[in-house]
Design a protein around this ligand. Structure first.
Ligand code: TYM
Length: 332
């Protein structure tokens, strides 16, 4: 039997998942878990979450909530391994080893680090700079080759690739170079029409747990124009709306709207109402499944324990190999 190709990805337990996370990352996770040639590990990356301001007393609940949402969207414990990052502390150890072969200057130049410094000027901690190192360790400790993520994570995947190359060059072939896997929704714009949809910008997103009324209200706020022009918009709220139409209602529907925009004019009220319904139709079964698992904490705990054990076994093996290769233990 040929060995399965490993897949790793994770999300921070910072807020309820939104449709950006869902379309950009999770749809890829779901696609991969159906492939028999892949071995998928999906983690709640709680150690990354604490690099931004957070409330420690609420954190355990947030982590559990994220796990419920993983199960709710359809991550199937019979097909994927689900676990909490901090419960496999080998990630931290590997991150330290990797940090010794990577230049600080590269980390300081990363656009994601620069953005975070602006977003949280009073919270520029070492963990923030170290963030991509830990993320590389998350991936490399499983020798994962595929990483389904949104577009914003590409600079981090590049760091992981560089680290793999650098380690292999210095200590012998050990890690494959991981590749990002982008979905059609790899960049979901904000509802405001400016920038990306983000868990940390409240007006920007529709969450997976929003009800129909809330989705309608949020879509109603998306800025539009008079519904008619000679050319299609290249940015802003209308473009975002048409994007959502394509992702939730299909390309044909989007093309129908585009035709109206270029001819007789587009009625945004109708478009938004229809779109809200389609989005909710996709979210409703997810919300029901979330509640199903919320009522079964023992089952969820077992799933996490299975995931932890599976991940730990692989992580320990990799660390052993890394320590030998780096001259930290004898291989005799
Ligand atoms: P996080 O928690 O910010 O986001 C989780 C995932 O959702 C994707 N995403 C989006 N995709 C499309 N459009 C958007 N507007 C949008 N917003 C978020 C992100 O790209 C991501 O895939 N650093 C990671 C977590 C992480 C990780 C890892 C990922 C830690 N270790 C190892 C992969 C492998 C992060 O902050 O994701």
């Amino acid at each position: 039997m040929t060995e399965k190709i490993r897949v790793f990805s994770g999300i921070r337990p910072t807020n309820i998942l939104n449709i950006g996370n869902y379309l950009g990352a999770i749809k890829g996770w779901l696609e991969f878990q159906e492939r028999p040639d892949l071995d998928c590990l999906y983690s709640a990356v709680d150690l990354h979450g604490i690099t931004s301001p957070y409330e420690s007393k609420k954190y355990q609940n947030q982590i559990q909530e994220l796990v419920l949402e993983y199960l709710a969207v359809g991550i199937d414990p019979n097909k994927s391994h689900i676990f909490i990052q901090s419960q496999v502390p080998e990630h931290i150890e590997l991150a330290y080893y990797l940090s010794t072969i990577y230049p600080v200057s590269r980390l300081e130049q990363l656009p994601t680090y620069k953005d975070k410094k602006q977003e949280q000027p009073r919270y520029i901690n070492m963990g923030l700079l170290y963030y991509p190192v830990l993320m590389a360790a998350d991936i490399l400790i499983y020798k994962a080759k595929l990483v389904p993520v949104g577009k914003d994570q590409l600079p981090h995947i590049e760091v992981a690739r560089e680290m793999a190359r650098s380690f292999n060059k210095s200590f012998g072939q050990t890690f494959p170079e991981p590749q990002a896997h982008l979905m059609k929704g790899a960049y979901i714009p904000s509802l405001t029409g400016e920038g990306k949809m983000s868990k940390s910008k409240p007006d920007s997103f529709i969450s997976l747990l929003d009800d129909l009324k809330t989705i309608e209200k949020k879509l109603a706020k998306v800025p539009t124009d008079n519904g008619h022009d000679k050319v299609l918009p290249k940015e802003g709220g209308v473009l975002s709306l048409l994007n959502f139409v394509e992702l939730f209602q299909g390309l044909e529907k989007k093309q129908e709207y585009e035709k109206l925009y270029l001819t007789t004019g587009l009625q945004y009220g109708d478009l938004k109402k229809d779109l809200a319904k389609s989005i909710y139709q996709e979210l409703q079964p997810i919300q029901e499944k979330r509640n199903y698992y919320a009522d079964r904490p023992k089952e969820v705990a077992e799933i996490l324990e299975d995931g932890r054990k599976y991940a730990s076994n692989i992580a320990r093996e990799t660390l052993k190999e890394v320590k030998e290769k780096m001259g930290l233990t004898s291989n005799g």
